[in-house]
Design a protein around this ligand. Structure first.
Ligand SMILES: [Zn+2]
Ligand SMILES: [Zn+2]
Length: 292
């Protein structure tokens, strides 16, 4: 835990956690000249294939925020990386999870991506981020505390896989039963695996294949780049066993129809109850038909 007076705060009314890092407001919305992630740019002075670095405008102090560049190609998408390119990203995610998780002051490594200006990605170059928390954050802790492993197993895609979108090598992408986003996806292995570092080569290839397929379908759905938020839940790195940890990917795509964002509204924030205008079965059927 960080010391008193640091930016870590627990709201006395709601119990929710906030890191207040006011200087983040100084960060640029858009780089003034060129792309900082392209080779020769500010964050990538040398040619590269994949690259990670500590975030210059971190949301948390203490080298806890990193940026992962998926490729040197500015116009690429996760889907266009192909399976081989996506596999390299999976390997880098696993390596950074292991390196950050080995720190005594890191209890949880959250790998995530904001894709598209509509969800706040200030730079178009394909990239993701990593936060290394000194605590197990409430979202994954809540899931782990529920201990409902069936929520991620093969049965989670519904009767006869009615909400299944695609499956590759023992991994599935499906629309969750109680999806709060219209085309929300979960991606997980059929058999429990705890975290990214413990995945073998076959699982890493299967995860890469499933991500490329599923994210490609999101772009094909409305024939437009789908803005999304993606995050990976995995075993905490606080040294406890966490026998219920089951690595999985959440994808929250923004659009509910072509170009129409689904906004989280006051009635939802005010109640923590979500209203989804698309049936998960219909969403899965549409995504099964959409192909990149
Ligand atoms: Zn670029
Ligand atoms: Zn989760």
């Amino acid at each position: 835990m960080l010391a008193a007076g640091d930016p870590y705060r627990i709201d006395p009314l709601t119990g929710e956690i906030a890191y207040v890092v006011a200087k983040r407001q100084d960060r640029p919305n858009l780089p003034p000249t060129g792309c900082p992630f392209c080779p020769g740019g500010l964050e990538a002075p040398e040619p590269y294939d994949l690259r990670w670095f500590t975030n210059r405008w971190p949301a948390m102090p203490g080298d806890r925020a990193e940026v992962v560049l998926y490729t040197s190609e500015h116009d690429a998408t996760f889907a266009s990386l192909g399976v081989a390119g996506a596999r390299k990203v999976v390997d880098l995610w696993a390596d950074r999870t292991a390196a950050l998780g080995a720190r005594d002051d890191v209890a949880y490594v959250l790998v995530f991506e904001n894709r598209g200006p509509e969800v706040g990605a200030t730079i178009a170059h394909p990239h993701g981020q990593i936060y290394a928390f000194d605590l197990v954050p409430p979202a994954p802790l809540g899931e782990l505390s529920r201990r409902d492993l069936a929520a991620l197993g093969p049965a989670a895609a519904g009767r006869e896989g009615e909400r299944l979108v695609c499956a590759h090598g023992g991994w599935r992408a499906w629309v969750p039963w109680a999806a709060s986003w219209p085309y929300e996806l979960l991606i997980a292995p059929d058999v429990r695996r705890a975290d990214l570092p413990s995945l073998g080569s076959g699982d890493r290839d299967a995860l890469a294949t499933t991500l490329v397929d599923a994210l490609g379908r999101l772009d094909a759905l409305f024939a437009a780049a789908m803005p999304y938020m993606l995050w990976i839940h995995q075993r905490p790195t606080d040294g406890a066993e966490w026998p219920e940890a089951w690595v999985h990917v959440h994808v929250a795509p923004l659009y509910r129809s072509g170009g129409t964002p689904r906004f989280v509204a006051a009635g939802e924030l005010g109640s923590a109850v979500y209203f989804n205008p698309v049936s998960p079965i219909d969403a899965a059927a549409a995504l099964r038909e959409a192909s990149a």
